[in-house]
Design a binder for this molecule. Structure first.
Ligand code: AMP
Ligand code: MG
Length: 393
């Protein structure tokens, strides 16, 4: 049985970033930059006012001073105005600063009397000015290849006049659930059946990981039907199968994949929950067989599938894994098993506590959780111990 690190390395070695494409900015959200970008325009692009008020020379604008208003500069077209000592230009937020001005006095701090203002307080040189290039200099690096495109990044790219940006294609994913005991939403479960829920879970997790889900199907525990459905799944970049990968008599997934020419690269990983795990490849498709138990599906997806999806989506290595944050334990925890155990829990105000039952079928507890804590075999942690937990939201 492989360790988690060995399994992840083996998976990552067999997937590669997908081709690059130019995408409208809003469609690049959640994807990964395919090239470095530098600023083509400094921010601010010109000296401008941070307030509605009057552009002045600070030296001639002490409290009580009277200044003559010599013009008005709205935001938009630069009127090319200038001022000298004792003069002011009516100005608005974002408007270009007249030549000669070195400060803006807020309109709340002046009394206007016809073409004159009286300063009710002094201003200092530089006050309420936004200097060209003080936020971002032209030529400065603004986006590295492999970085995720966030709302902050799309707004920065838009500030550069860009309408599109180069990103990697989203992995196109097929999801296949398996099992005769599973009823679909809208069906009435027969006695002994439960509702199928893993395909919805995987759909949600894969979407959140930046994938595009193109096929979701359910296969009964019938070898030929399974082969037929998996064959369709293999026409995508990634096929994720859930259930049927263990050692039961009706666990046909591995055999069906082999029949379809998938080369199985690994089977079984030493984590709890999640031991049954298959990874293989056909020419064009990376195939993951995840355990059927819902919590095992969830954990193996996050630890072994998500990094591969991120790599395919063009993420740099530091973005493959989940975000780690320090926490204190809100309860004592122990792993008396022989595999690393991922406990599911809630991180709240710096404290991690288990949420609900920790068995691999316990979906309610998982639904309350927002963090994973890995505890190695034989490790006992006391309440208040310092740990690092991983977040998936
Ligand atoms: P299996 O790995 O197919 O033996 O399934 C292990 C356990 O997970 C069984 O209790 C199944 O009923 C359950 N299970 C498998 N697939 C799903 C699914 N798609 N949705 C919900 N439960 C499932
Ligand atoms: Mg099954």
């Amino acid at each position: 049985m492989l360790s988690e690190a060995e399994a992840r390395a083996a998976v990552l070695e067999k997937v590669a970033p997908l081709p690059k494409e130019e995408a409208p900015l809003i469609d690049s959200l959640g994807r990964f930059a395919a090239r470095n970008s530098r600023a083509v325009r400094s921010l601010p692009a010109f000296d401008n006012s941070a307030m509605d008020g009057y552009a002045v020379q600070a030296a001639s604008c002490q409290s009580g001073a009277r200044l003559r208003v010599v013009g008005e500069q709205p935001a938009g077209a630069d009127r090319g105005l200038s001022i000298g000592a004792g003069e002011a230009v009516r100005i608005f937020t974002g408007a270009p600063l007249p030549a000669g001005a070195d400060a803006v006095i807020m309109q709340e701090d002046v009394t206007r009397e016809g073409e004159t203002i009286v300063a009710n307080s002094g201003v200092e040189e530089g006050e309420f000015l936004r200097h060209r290039g003080s936020d971002l200099a032209e030529g400065q690096m603004i986006l590295h290849a492999g970085e995720p495109i966030t709302p902050g990044i799309v707004s920065l790219l838009a500030s550069q006049g860009m309408a599109t940006t180069e990103v990697h294609a989203r992995p196109r994913v097929a999801i296949v659930s398996t099992g005769d005991e599973l009823a679909r939403a809208g069906d009435s479960p027969r006695p002994g059946q439960i509702f199928e829920s893993n395909s919805m879970m995987l759909h949600a997790l894969a979407l959140a990981a930046g994938a595009e889900i193109q096929l979701v199907e359910h296969a009964p525990d019938d070898f030929d039907r399974l082969v037929e459905i998996l064959r369709r799944g293999l026409t995508h970049d990634v096929l994720i199968v859930t259930g049927g990968v263990s050692v039961g008599d009706r666990d046909f997934v591995k055999a069906a994949l082999r029949q379809l020419g998938v080369e199985i690269a690994l089977w079984r990983v030493a984590i709890k929950p999640g031991k049954p795990f298959v990874f293989g490849r056909s020419d064009r498709c990376a195939v993951f067989g995840l355990p059927g138990n819902p919590v095992s599906t969830f954990v193996t997806f996050l630890k072994l599938v998500r990094p591969a999806l991120r790599k395919m989506a063009g993420a740099s290595e530091k973005h493959f894994g989940l975000r780690q944050v320090p926490a204190k334990l809100g309860c004592a925890l122990e792993n008396d098993g022989d595999r690393p155990h991922y406990f599911r829990g809630r991180l709240e105000q710096g404290f991690f506590s288990m949420s609900g039952r920790q068995e691999s079928h316990a979906l309610f507890g998982l639904s309350r959780a927002n963090a994973l804590l890995r505890v190695d075999p034989g490790v006992r942690l006391t309440m208040n111990a310092s740990v690092a937990v991983e977040l998936w939201d």
